[in-house]
Design a binder for this molecule. Sequence first.
Ligand SMILES: Cc1cc2nc3c(=O)[nH]c(=O)nc-3n(C[C@H](O)[C@H](O)[C@H](O)COP(=O)(O)OP(=O)(O)OC[C@H]3O[C@@H](n4cnc5c(N)ncnc54)[C@H](O)[C@@H]3O)c2cc1C
Length: 378
Amino acid sequence: MKRIHFASEHESFRNVFREYLQREVVPHTEAWERAGIVPRSAWRNAGQAGFLAMWADEEYGGTGIRDFRFDQVVAEELSAISEGGLVLPLQSSIVAPYLDRFGTREQKKRWLAPAVSGEAVLAIAMTEPGAGSDLAGMTTRALDQGDHWVLNGTKTFISNGINGDVVIVAAKTDPSDPRRIGLFIIEAGMAGFERGRKLDKLGHRSQDTAELFFRDVKVPVSNVLGDPRKGFSYLMEMLAPERLTEACISVASARAAFDVTLIYTKARNAFGQPIGDFQHNRFKLADMKTEIDVGQVFVDRCVMDFNAGELTAEIAAEAKLWTTELLWRVVDQCVQLFGGYGYMWEYPITRMFANARVHRVWAGSSEIMREIIGRSLG
Ligand SMILES: Cc1cc2nc3c(=O)[nH]c(=O)nc-3n(C[C@H](O)[C@H](O)[C@H](O)COP(=O)(O)OP(=O)(O)OC[C@H]3O[C@@H](n4cnc5c(N)ncnc54)[C@H](O)[C@@H]3O)c2cc1C
C-alpha cells in the first residue's frame, strides 16, 4: 500500500540518511555492541551531518522546518538497520523538544544549539529505583534557595546516562504538595552529580543506560526549565510525541523483522520444500504482513495529526500500545520461523528480538497505556 503522507522531499531525505547510515553506522554496529556504548564521535558526526533535531530554529543550527515526517524517516531508517545504540530520536524527538518548548532563548543557545550540532548528548531522567510508572512517587527533591536550587536524589535506567552532557532531571519542588515537580538542567561536571555503572541489558546493548546520583547539587536558577511547579504538565504534554516516536520505531522494527524472515523462509528447506511454503507458515507471514500494514496506516495518520497539533495523549497511547505489542508478536513469530538459528547472535533476528522486548516497558508500559486510554472512556 502506497504511503500517502510522504512527499518527494521526505523520500529524498530518506535516501540521503540511508546512505549515511550504511557508510557511518552499519560498519560499527557490532563493535559498539561489544563496547556497550556508542562513541561520542558518532553523535558529533550525526550532528555535523545535519541529522540531529533538524527542526530547531535556524538561530540554533536547525532548518526551522517542523515536520514530524522527517523524524519518522530517521526513526524508520535506524529501525531498518536495528541500530540500538545511536538512538538519534531520543535526542531529536524526545529530549531536545523540552528545551525548545520550555526553554528561554538563553537556555536554547546554551543547550539546544549544541544538541543540534552534536556537541552535546542529551538525556532525560524521570525514573527512579522506587518510581517508574508512578512518577508521582518520585523522591528526588529540589529545594529552593533563592538564587539557586539544591538537588538530591537517584535516577535509574537513564538512556545516554554515561555519554550525556546535559540531563533534564525531574524533581519534586514543594514538600507540601507531591504533584509539584520541576525540570532541572544538570550538566556534566556539576559538583555532586555522579554516574553509576553502565547497566547490563538484554537488548539495545550499545546504548549506555545508567544510574545517576545527585548529592547536594547546586543548580543555578538559570538551569531551571520553565516553571518549577509545572513539570508534571510539561511531562504529560511531551510524553505524546515520545510515544509517537516509539510507535514509529516499533512498526518499522516489526517490518524489518518481517523482511529478513520472509527471505529466510524462502531459502530454508525442510521436508523437501521451503519452510515458507507450508500453509501454516504462509498464514503466519500473511497475518504479520497484514497487521504491520494496518498498524502503519494508523501511525502515519498520527504523524499527520501531530503535525497539525491534534494528536491527543490517548491516541498517542493507542499508537504506542498497539505497535509495541505488534512488534513483540512479530519478532516472536519470526524467531520461531528461524528455528534454532533465531537464537544465535550472528542472525539479525536475534538482535531484533532482544531489542524489541523493552518497547512494551519504556516510555510508559503497555499497562499504563491501557490506563490512559481506559480512563478517557469515562
Ligand atoms: C533500557 C531502558 C531505558 C530507559 N530509559 C529511560 C530514560 O532515558 N529516562 C527515564 O526516565 N526512564 C527510562 N527508562 C525507564 C522506563 O520508562 C521504566 O522502566 C518504565 O516506565 C516502567 O517503570 P518501572 O521499571 O519502574 O516499572 P514499574 O512501574 O515498577 O512497573 C512494573 C510492572 O507493573 C506494571 N504496573 C505499574 N503500574 C500499574 C498499574 N497502574 N496498572 C497495571 N500495571 C501496572 C507495569 O506495567 C509493569 O509491568 C528506561 C528503561 C529501560 C529498561
